[in-house]
Ligand binder design. Sequence first.
Ligand code: FCB
Length: 440
Amino acid sequence: MIRAMATTNPIPRFPVGFLWGVSTSAHQIEGAVDAREPSVWDVFTAEPGRVRDGSTAAVACDHVHRHREDVALLADLGVDAYRFSVSWPRVRAEGGLDFYDRLVDDLLAAGVRPVPTLFHWDLPADLDWLERDTAERFAEHVTRVAARLGDRVTKWITLNEPAEHTLLGHALGVHAPGRTLLFDALPVAHHQLLAHGLAVRALRAAGASDIGIANSHGPTWPASDDAADVAAADFYDTLLNRLFADPVLLGRYPEGIGELMPGDVEADLKTIAEPVDWYGINYYAPTRVGAPQGAEIEFGGVRMPAELPFFVRDVEGYPVTDFGWPVVPEALTELLTAFRGRYGDRLPPVVITENGCAYEGLNDTDRITYLDGHVRALHRAVEAGVDVRGYFVWSLLDNFEWAEGYGRRFGLVHVDFDTQRRTPKASYGWYRALLREQRD
Ligand code: FCB
């Protein structure tokens, strides 16, 4: 392993009991595709041109067969907790839950707390979030998983980033299931939110008392002070930062949105607002947004049609990751303090459920710089009074990065996809040292 650089300026200590972890998701690492039912992602990746390098996740990190090795990496890293996802298509297959049963036992034996996410985008191929019924089916899935794992798993996450799954998967068509519905995708948002609320109820019925959701958020910066840019940025902010947070935390949609949703929205909002014990935030970068330009643009590999009421622009003046995402640690402090300002005492304790960056190489000093900066920014939010209880790096392993295939490496551990050899990177050593320092 490459040694981590010595930190000259130690990261301040986080509160006692702070949960340090790493995250992954089932479709991105598991492989063993024959031992589960197909998901919308299998269907999508089989279509030519959908994934940048033409790859699929049929093998990915072969984690189902190599999970012991991966648990050993987690134990050596010294994390308190491991966030993974339970594949709904695997749970539906004969013996599918056996895998998670073993994984949970192995994690606990290694002293690592399992934190499963119950949906991370790999919807069974015969289901569709445009249908309300999918929310009910999800509650059944959750009940089944909780019945099997709930004697050992105490901390749960309902959904991962319903915003991205709606926007990228159903509005813009760059993720599975590849629909381009633009604003007609809004029912997908509502049904996922309903699924979240039903899942909270199902978990409570199974005795769970430590439940959260992982939503993606980030500051939205107007491209200029011009009123049209500010209005466009405000609209984008509503989509990214309020559409999925207001219903969960406040029991209502942002103004003008509830009318666009299907079904008995008022009754559903009561379900959606079932209290959560903590609120998970996935944070990567801020977004700069201006008024629409009346033309289609390609941004970060995503084709944005001219009809959108905003125009996403480059955040200038900062280094960027291999994905082209700007590195702005202070925006994490800004996001968290703004969230506390917006939701006040309706905001439960926060956990950063994902944060990380794509860089090549084993001696990944850029990743260390990114993570170091963001952990310090998180500490500043704690000092400013935001109740933050945990931080999870995305990701333990290089993996199948959705429409980008294997070309974006987010792991603390390098994976050679030809041999499946795992090699800890310099950032793994850095995180390991940080966790030790925090416990000394
Ligand atoms: C998030 C996803 C996660 C991973 C990271 C890079 O939006 O939740 O699966 O793809 O981005």
